[in-house]
Design a protein around this ligand. Structure first.
Ligand SMILES: CC(C)(COP(=O)(O)OP(=O)(O)OC[C@H]1O[C@@H](n2cnc3c(N)ncnc32)[C@H](O)[C@@H]1OP(=O)(O)O)[C@@H](O)C(=O)NCCC(=O)NCCS
Length: 186
């Protein structure tokens, strides 16, 4: 089997483009082997957009138009301990810091076979969107995620490799997910 092409933020535009999910571009063929994530894209993503609870971005291939990956973004806020705030040079009396959350992220299994780096490039795209919000609309210091270790413990390592740190304050006490943050301005 040939080794997958490496996708980076510099070359991703040659293969793919990003757009918001719309009724015209929902694609039934998306499969990432975790049924919950396939179902979300097919059944819930558009409704969540209409209800203003999550906005889904899809990465589509230039040849053929298939959805290679998607992410759902929402506004967020995280509570940081004194030492965590110190780590990020945040000298403020309040615990809660504004953030933007990647509520869902999935890469199609077919595209993962052909390309590596798509997931990392999606994180980079979320990073760019959050920075653009900071420049023009509202403040968000961190990118956050609840790493879904219930389905795959490896996602913790994926997020660590893309620069996320585990939060000391655990929001999800049942440990099906691990709350993580990435400083957009470190
Ligand atoms: C997690 C996911 C988004 C990663 O996407 P991807 O395109 O495979 O990621 P990348 O190719 O950018 O991988 C970056 C690095 O993370 C590692 N990595 C990626 N997914 C991993 C996993 N599931 N387990 C362990 N390591 C993983 C890669 O090996 C690579 O390491 P390297 O730089 O040392 O070579 C993808 O596997 C996926 O869609 N999984 C199913 C849905 C899911 O679990 N989403 C996350 C929910 S919070």
């Amino acid at each position: 089997m040939s080794s997958p092409n490496q996708i980076t933020p510099a070359n991703i535009g040659a293969y793919f483009f990003m757009e918001k999910l719309s009724p015209q571009n929902v694609n039934e063929g998306f499969c990432c082997f975790i049924e919950e994530y396939n179902e979300y894209l097919l059944r819930d993503a558009l409704r969540s957009h209409t209800d203003h609870v999550a906005l889904t971005w899809v990465l589509r291939e230039r040849d053929g138009g298939k959805i290679a990956a998607y992410m759902a973004l929402i506004a967020d806020a995280i509570k940081l301990s004194f030492s965590e705030k110190e780590l990020h040079n945040l000298d403020y009396p309040f615990k809660t810091i504004p953030a933007m959350k990647i509520a869902k992220l999935a890469v199609s299994a077919v595209f993962r076979e052909k390309f590596s780096g798509i997931g990392t490039s999606m994180i980079f795209a979320a990073h760019c969107i959050a920075r653009s919000c900071n420049d023009h609309y509202f403040a968000a210091r961190f990118l956050t995620v609840d790493a879904d270790i219930e389905h795959d413990e490896g996602v913790l390592s994926f997020y660590q490799k893309t620069g996320f740190l585990q939060n000391a304050e655990l929001y999800n006490k049942n440990r099906k997910t691990i709350s993580m943050r990435l400083d957009l301005y470190s």
